[in-house]
Design a protein. Structure first.
Ligand code: SF4
Ligand code: SF4
Length: 244
């Protein structure tokens, strides 16, 4: 694979279509990290309880040193193909993960000294991908807009910021902390039950007008999950925690 950094004004030609002979070559044998927002969108799309989603589609791994829980998409055992790849394309296309949307670009976000997001974009040319064979000209910004990546990037940056803060704190998460991360980021249905049982919103003095939203809306619950983890993991307070 050839990888090159792509500046904001650099362009590339690309056109992916389901009638290409390379269909699904890009959906095979991936080590695809699912962000909490990827899980939220896929689980909602598939209408699966989190326990079923994690059992059937998630592969739990941990970051080195911090042991921060990460989720990878399980490929099919028989042929290492993504479970949603078919001869007619991706069956979860409208809710496909952020990494699938960004491809053939890759986007990483580092958190700078002052907490700012530093974005880096690379272009990945894989020999099997025929999409570079003509097609419209894109900049990274136009490609990301076309692929509706914006909410995925926003949530991915929030995730990266939390991971980076834990790493910079130099700690290794214990089992209870890892369980809390899994609950708040990847198991929103169970997290809601936990919130109710522990009366967490009242205990943390979360503004009353947010209660119903957190209990009813997936994005609001995930946002609260990030805030709660920042508090729980200690010394990780951020802009988000001050808005409870
Ligand atoms: S989710 Fe869709 S686009 Fe992403 S790897 Fe699977 S089939 Fe391919
Ligand atoms: S053109 Fe590239 S991205 Fe599109 S199906 Fe082929 S390998 Fe996948």
């Amino acid at each position: 694979m050839e990888i090159e950094r792509l500046g904001p004004d650099a362009t590339f030609c690309f056109d992916c279509r389901v009638d290409r002979s390379c269909l699904n070559a890009c959906c095979t044998d991936l080590h695809l990290v699912l962000t909490p927002y990827d899980v939220l969108r896929l689980r909602r799309r598939l209408a699966l309880p989190s326990a079923d989603f994690l059992r059937d589609h998630g592969e739990a791994i941990e970051m080195p040193q911090t042991r921060f829980p990460i989720l990878q998409l399980q490929m099919r055992r028989s042929d290492r193909l993504c479970p949603w790849a078919t001869g007619a394309g991706c069956t979860v296309y409208r809710d496909r993960p952020g990494a699938c949307r960004a491809y053939p670009l890759g986007r990483t976000a580092q958190i700078g000294d002052r907490g700012q997001v530093v974005e880096q974009v690379v272009l990945q040319r894989e020999p099997h991908c025929l999409g570079f064979d003509g097609g419209p000209q894109w900049t990274a910004a136009r490609w990301f807009e076309n692929q509706e990546l914006a909410p995925y990037s926003t949530w991915a940056d929030r995730f990266s910021a939390l991971v980076a803060r834990v790493r910079l704190s130099g700690r290794t998460l214990n089992e209870q902390q890892r369980a809390s991360v899994r609950l708040a980021l990847y198991e929103l249905d169970r997290f809601r039950e936990f919130i109710k049982q522990r009366q967490l919103l009242r205990q943390l003095r979360v503004a009353r007008d947010r209660h119903r939203q957190i209990l009813d809306d997936d994005e609001a619950a995930l946002s609260f999950g990030f805030e709660w983890l920042a508090l729980l993991l200690g010394g990780l307070s951020s802009d988000h925690t001050t808005r409870m």
